[in-house]
Design a protein around this ligand. Sequence first.
Ligand SMILES: Nc1ncnc2c1ncn2[C@@H]1O[C@H](COP(=O)(O)OP(=O)(O)OP(=O)(O)O)[C@@H](O)[C@H]1O
Length: 722
Amino acid sequence: MTLQAITWKPVKIDYNILSGSVDGLIGIQECTDYSLQNIKKGSKRRSISDEGMQIKKKKTSRSRNKKNNILLEKESLTPSTCGTTNGVSEVEETIHKVEKDLTNLESWNSYGLPESILAGLKELKFCQPTLIQSLTLPSAILGRRNILGAAETGSGKTLAFGLPILTGILNIKEKSINETVPQDQSDSDESDFDNAEENGMGCVRIINNVDIEETHRNKPLYALILTPTRELAMQVKAHLAAVAKYTGIQIAVVVGGMAAVKQERILSKGPEIVVATPGRLWELIQQGNPHLSQIDNIKYLAIDETDRMLERGHFQELHDLLDRINMEDSKRKERQYFVFSATLTLVHELPNYLKNKRKIKRSKNIEEMDASQKLQKIVDMLGISNPKVVDVTEGKGTSETLTECRITCDIDKKDYYVYYFLKKHPGRTLIFCNSIGCVKRLAALLSILDCHPLPIHASMQQRQRLKNLERFRDNENSILVATDVAARGLDIPHVEHVLHYQTPRTSEGYVHRSGRTARASRQGITVLLIEPNELPNYLKLCRTLGKGEDLPNFPVQENLLNAVKKRVNLARELDKLQLHVRKANSEAGWFQKAAEDMDILVDDFSSKDDTDEIQKHKKIAELKRKQLATLLATPIFPSGFSGKYPLLSNSKLSFDGNIKVENAVEVMKSAMEADNKNKKKNIPLFKPKKKVSKNESGNVGLKKISFNLGKKKNTKVRGKKK
Ligand SMILES: Nc1ncnc2c1ncn2[C@@H]1O[C@H](COP(=O)(O)OP(=O)(O)OP(=O)(O)O)[C@@H](O)[C@H]1O
């Protein structure tokens, strides 16, 4: 078979992207018109995989000649579909659609992606690469460079390393088939396949169990992708599997919290790619899992959220794994590495207590680093040589479409603001807390308030974690209350709001938490709830992320807070009573069990007072529950209330039909616009006042709190411990 090129056109690309990556490269040209001569049946190029074969054959003919392809589509139309609708022929419509599809895929053409992958991208309707993908794919695929990539959250980093890995594996497999199958045999196989198709026959292969086991035992492991959380591992697997649908490449997940036996069974099938969290993977390797025993042979290693994975004191298993994988220098040099995170190049100042020279001397390893030093450290740790660095974060890591703001209040008023926000601005909302205890408390409170929150934290059973994520995905008004276990990487479509119930401890934490919204060019809002003790951390965060002095204040309609407080206060009381009852019950249960163990009659020891106490609590709780139920049955914000902020065009009627709810992003944007117009300054962070007002009906913001940075004595505000 020969390919006769008739027209070549230069492809416009940014050659900086390829600089140093492909030796001797002077340009890339595209063959825009060509013919096939002496076509022998079958082409070696089709050997991507058994599963991908049929698709590949169709796509190959389609993309080789656009005109032929359109004709082919025309011919396949039955006479009944060739009519004219609204003056436009359906044939023309089809041609237009096919042309559009092909045009769409052309954006991916210059990266050397196999057609089976293009088919996957097309099915996902990914018409063109994102910025980070277009900047990394040429060097990664054509230049086989190691990549250090930093791009904002939700910008498509998974495919920036996923596509080169899938492409590389297909190329290796194709090469090995070409090397092992003799020319004649390969041709005759192809002929058989083609003949079978032409004759309308299927291609049948009989495989028995022994063959399957033998095949799996010999299957190589090509790539390992490591993630910090189980949920992220599963998501990455699902994402890559969707793109790899027509490639025949198998991908497995290895994570903790799931039956090890099941994971061993999956591994026994010999997946080419393993996506894993370090702990369980290391455990299985140490147990001598046969498929994982080739871990040092992998050709591709990707570490997602690398900065988190390599953090001091985290993932000791990762270091063990790296030692094992990089055992042989020659294999390490052959391997391609991908290191990605939104905060890979984010640097920040040392905490104040470490700035003290004496202390720094004691902890020698802790020092302030700039971005290149940080990257160098990662490169050294992973043993990577000559990496290509692509950083498009401009030092912030958050998306352009993210609206950022804050609400400042006293610690015990945070619950009011959270409930206010949820009622006033319904939509899929993720609330982050700094501890498991805080998640539990807030979820219990919101549950009493009928908000149906879904908690997620590390001490929950894995199955429950996944179930709650699933429910969060399925309901557009759902609320997820999470620790930072949900902060990194999770790609849940249409998360509208992220609330930081507590200020994140690090700037990285803020970037990743906030990045759960405003993904893939969608709009989203992130709101920090700040209490006085969190101010130093908040200000540091603003400095590190270049936010200037302060974030804008989220507008709250003060006249609506009274109704909010009534409900929240009642819910808090109810929560407290329920806690007493639960505690007393569990103590009674323990007492009874101990008595039974000692063969003692429980009645003899039961304390009547305790029972009365429980009974009393139960009665009061019942009363409060009824009161709250009555309140919750009436609209929280009565119809026709006069709001400070005009209702916006995209306001929608709430589920109870009485109140208008507003899009939080729009509310914030118009408030910012109004402030800009009036040259109004943001509500000051520090407005010293002698006393904290007892009147809670007004703005519970900073106007009433004495903040005095630097004077530690005054910054403490008594409140409920979270
Ligand atoms: N080329 C593309 N065209 C359209 N959508 C895309 C493309 N590439 C990825 N996406 C989609 O964009 C979303 C975000 O992608 P991804 O999860 O890879 O982001 P990320 O940069 O890894 O985010 P994070 O930093 O939060 O982990 C996903 O829903 C993904 O399916």
